[in-house]
Design a protein around this ligand. Sequence first.
Ligand code: ADP
Ligand code: ASP
Ligand code: MG
Length: 423
Amino acid sequence: MALIVQKYGGSSVADATSIKRVAKRIAEAKRGGNDVVVVVSAMGDTTDNLIDLANEVTPMPPSREMDILLTAGERISMALLAMAIESLGVEAKSFTGQQAGVITDTRYGKARIIDVAPGRITSTLAEGAVAIVAGFQGVTQHTNDVTTLGRGGSDTTAVALAAALHADICEIYTDVDGVFTADPRIVPSARRIPRISYDEMMEMAASGAKVLGLRCVEYARRYGVPVHVRSSFSGREGTLVTDEIEGAGTVEEPIISGVAHDRSEAKITVVGVPDVPGKAAKIFEVVAGAEVNIDMIVQNVSVAATGLTDISFTLPATDGQHCIAALTAAQAEIGYDSLQYDDTIGKLSLVGAGMRSHPGVSAKLFAALSAAGINLEMISTSEIRISVVTRADHLDDAVRAAHSAFELDSTEDEAVVYGGTGR
Ligand code: ADP
Ligand code: ASP
Ligand code: MG
């Protein structure tokens, strides 16, 4: 008998029929003799629809109320799923994040889990019932305010519960058959990756491969939780995210694991910054003070005659206006001329642990992109990743060009997209 945590994403519970289908899967796992904890996301595009609704009511919704609003989505699906499981003759009880003991810090919209106290979940399992937990939500430690964990946060809830309960496996059920060498919605010939290391998966997730959230992978690595990403629409084996990768560090290790893309970033350029020590520090202090996480940074060489330089950086587009406001307030202190904002950028990242020991990966990537007529606006690298910024409308072509250049295309029709709107 095993303790299994299963997480079902929004597209797996998009309507009543899907909820009943998923309930059957859960009942089977339970009848197979396992203890089963289920984490569930909001139905279909519910979260996006709730965000749109809030923005129709007011352009700047207060973050505390926004979080209460968004947690409603997961509450709907958790109760419906528990009902569907009960109707199959298996006992099930649903719990909000708060009831399940998910304690977070106070950062609304991007709260971090600081503790999990799953007493009610453990006792539900002991009673022989399936425990259903609303994903993506928690409660602050001292004030009992409801928080959300950031988009895609149900993955993190699942891994955090799996760690707290010492589960044997955390299964992430979604609308594709696992982690592929690129998003199957853009590259139909993408190949399923049977096993991937936490490190590579972290780079993929950080680079926009939203099949798993970054926080979830960080958490899984820290606590050594094995994660199996698979489809709720098929019985196929998916992708195992783990530490033990066969062939790692050997000649058999693939150089490139995959190509990730991200359309959710924007670029801010601070124009006319005095080229003297301390200015970059000041700019990024202001940005950090606004709680904005930046990604890539480029500083242009100053034109000697003017002694001024331009500094560009990328950030989540959702933080764009907030960051512009913080920089504008500090204009006199920093002493720059103006700000430019561009949210029509796309980012492509090539990820692979094997690139540590293989020269020429950047050259091959840049050659492939140039052959496809794609201009590179920014470049950054880590030990196992190369990222470039392009125009947003060139991004899909760039992903396909990079994918073929590194011979990642599959000859079998593996990359089925079973559901979801890709939103
Ligand atoms: P869920 O609602 O189940 O959480 P998500 O939409 O968050 O699902 O994540 C699944 C989607 O991630 C897939 O439908 C696919 O379009 C996208 N995706 C992006 N990159 C990849 C990748 N490398 N492998 C698999 N799916 C990917
Ligand atoms: N419903 C939330 C979202 O859409 C959380 C999740 O699905 O993981 O981001
Ligand atoms: Mg997701």
